[in-house]
Write a protein that binds this ligand. Structure first.
Ligand SMILES: [Zn+2]
Length: 252
C-alpha cells in the first residue's frame, strides 16, 4: 500500500497506538523509510508520548501506593467486633505510615532520578516546540534583542551569545517550563537542525562537567556553572552537540 505524507501523518497516532491493520502499518513503515520528514515527525511523536507517560507514572505512583496500603488496612482490621466502633488507631497509624512511605518514596525518586526526570521534561519541551512550530517567541539572531526579552519575562538573566562564527547561529528564544519553574530556552541552528538550550538558575547545583545522554532520537548534554544549569538538546550528532556546548560555555 503506497502512502503519501498526508496519509502517513493522518495514521501516525493510530500507528503509535498499534491500532492499524498490518497492511496500513506496513505502508506507513515503508513511507517513513524513504521520507525523512515523516520519520522525524514520528520520532518526535514517540518521544512526546513516552515523556508524557513517564511523567504521568511519576505523579500517580504515590497515589497507587497509598491505595494499596489503604486496601491492606481495610482487610486486616478485626472482623469480629460486636459494636460498630471505629477502630481509629490502626487507621491513624496507617495514614501516618502512608505519609512517611509516600514521602520517603518521593525523596528517593527525587534524588535517584532527578536528572532523568528533568531530561524527560527537556525532551517534552523540545518536542512540543518543534511539533507546534513554536520554537521562538522572540525571533532574532541578535543577542542584544533576545537577552533583554528573556530577562524581562524571567527572574534571572540567561547568558545569550550568538555563535554564528562557530556555525551555530542564534535563532531566538522562548519561555519553557522545566523542573517546576519557568526557564529560558535559547534556540540555535546548525545546518538544518535546531538546538534548544534550556537555562535556569540552580543555587544548589555545583559546577559540573558535561553529562551526555541520548534518548528517543535526541542527544542531550547538561552541565552546571556559576549557579546556572544548562541542558542542550538536539537531533544533531553527539559530536556536534558537544562542540556547540563547549563553544557556548567558553563564549559567555
Ligand atoms: Zn512523508
Amino acid at each position: 500500500m503506497d502512502m503519501d505524507c498526508r496519509q502517513t501523518r493522518n495514521y501516525m497516532h493510530a500507528h503509535l497506538d498499534r491500532e492499524l491493520d498490518p497492511v496500513t502499518a506496513a505502508g506507513i513503515e515503508a513511507h517513513m523509510r524513504t521520507c525523512a520528514a515523516c520519520a522525524q515527525a514520528y520520532a518526535t511523536q514517540t518521544a512526546l508520548r513516552s515523556a508524557v507517560k513517564k511523567q504521568a507514572a511519576y505523579y500517580t505512583a504515590p497515589d497507587a501506593l497509598a491505595a494499596r496500603i489503604r486496601a491492606k488496612v481495610d482487610t486486616a482490621g478485626p472482623a469480629k467486633k460486636t459494636a460498630p466502633r471505629w477502630n481509629w488507631f490502626p487507621l491513624a497509624a496507617a495514614v501516618a505510615a502512608t505519609a512517611v512511605i509516600t514521602w520517603t518514596a518521593s525523596v528517593q525518586v527525587e534524588q535517584g532520578s532527578r536528572d532523568e526526570r528533568i531530561g524527560e521534561q527537556v525532551i517534552a519541551g523540545h518536542a512540543r516546540a518543534i511539533l507546534t512550530t513554536h520554537l521562538t517567541e522572540v525571533a532574532s539572531s541578535d543577542q542584544h534583542t533576545v537577552k533583554p526579552w528573556l530577562s524581562s519575562k524571567l527572574d534571572f538573566s540567561p547568558p545569550v551569545t550568538d555563535l554564528t562564527t562557530a556555525g551555530f547561529p542564534l535563532a531566538g528564544g522562548r519561555l519553557d517550563y522545566v523542573d517546576s519553574r519557568p526557564v529560558a530556552a535559547l534556540v540555535y541552528r546548525h545546518r538544518q537542525h535546531v538546538i534548544d538550550l534550556f537555562v535556569w538558575p540552580d543555587a544548589k547545583a555545583a559546577r559540573s562537567s558535561m553529562q551526555a545522554s541520548a534518548k528517543q532520537g535526541f542527544n542531550m548534554l547538561h552541565w552546571s556553572d556559576a549557579g546556572m544549569t544548562f541542558w542542550a538538546i538536539s537531533d544533531v550528532n553527539a559530536e556536534d552537540l558537544k562542540t556547540f556546548a563547549e563553544t557556548y560555555a567558553s563564549a559567555k
